[in-house]
Write a protein that binds this ligand. Structure first.
Ligand code: FES
Length: 87
């Protein structure tokens, strides 16, 4: 079964907002919730919603305003249900 890509914006605006702090936390959450069999985490170029950074994308859905502080909450409330097909 092929995994669906989960994108994390690595563009310069998102970089400035702390994407390098978000990345290891995100990797940990993906493991913790056993999503590593479903999704493949990939960095990507600017998703063109810089003013709402940090941004992630799954299929055609954008997750915005992510920060190192709120990542876990957003992951559980928004990203997880979406990836599991319940969002
Ligand atoms: S740099 Fe992340 S949306 Fe533009």
């Amino acid at each position: 079964m092929s995994r669906e890509n989960l994108y994390l914006c690595m563009g310069s605006a998102c970089h400035q907002l702390g994407v390098y702090e978000v990345l290891p936390k995100l990797q940990k959450l993906i493991k913790e919730y056993a999503l590593d069999e479903i999704v493949e985490l990939k960095g990507c170029f600017c998703l063109e919603t810089c003013s709402s950074g940090i941004v992630m994308k799954y299929k055609d859905r954008l997750f915005i305003n992510i920060s190192p502080q709120n990542l876990e909450e957003k992951f559980i409330k928004e990203i997880l249900p979406c990836v599991q097909g319940m969002g």
